[in-house]
Design a protein around this ligand. Sequence first.
Ligand SMILES: [Fe+2]
Ligand SMILES: [Fe+2]
Length: 273
Amino acid sequence: MKHWHIDEVAWDRFDPSKVDPALIPLVKAAAMVERNGTDYAIYLNRVFHDDPDFRQAADHWAEEEVQHGDALGKWATLADPSWDYQAAFARYRAGYKLPLDAEASIRGSRTGELIARCMVETGTSSYYSALGEAAAEPVLKQICRNIAADEFRHFKLFYDHMRRYLARENIGMVRRLRIAAGRITESEDDELAFAWHCGNAPEGKAYEHARCAAAYMAGAVACYRFRHVERGMGMIFKAVGLPPRGKLSDLSAKAAWRLLKWRRRRLARRVAA
Ligand SMILES: [Fe+2]
Ligand SMILES: [Fe+2]
């Protein structure tokens, strides 16, 4: 069912001389979040309890996300043989809990849940595109290309189901925009910062949210180019029901790029301090 399999990655082409040490912590953190896909599928199965088609799609989606985590984890272990992927993930799982007992979406509606999923897939598709292009190591490039292709398909999957629910629930544009913006800003919560901590901090070191969030964001934003932001903005527009290409989307992409460059400078200063 998967579009690619971890065993098909050309692991024997791994070239340690081409590994950029700055990317290793990013890959370790990403492996944590991706590997946690199974828990999110449990939550989605509860929220969409009477929709067998979507539940099946969510289970399949989770299998792909878990494979993303395993492929990134395997690469990080090659790049840093002292790293223990399973132990790092066990720490993440113990400390980061999703609302698995939810009876309904924490976004207020199923349409809202699916818009939030579209935002996540927008973020991941642009991130792995950016990470893969920033990397010089051929195996990491291949993994990121494969993952990014999955994330673009995941966006389409959640988008198609969202359109179906939107016809029923009729959520207004302002609410859709608010849900989208809310999910984008949430990316700076514990999900990623704690993943950075579990993936990179030595055993026993206390978790400091602000420091880990800054370290993660500084590394991540450094990989982005304007084209990634531009494509991502088109996807955000599409998900909330606005024209993905046009003046407004163009202007928003340019504004987001300026904001990203400003944050990049600030984060670099904070991390250096
Ligand atoms: Fe993923
Ligand atoms: Fe995904």
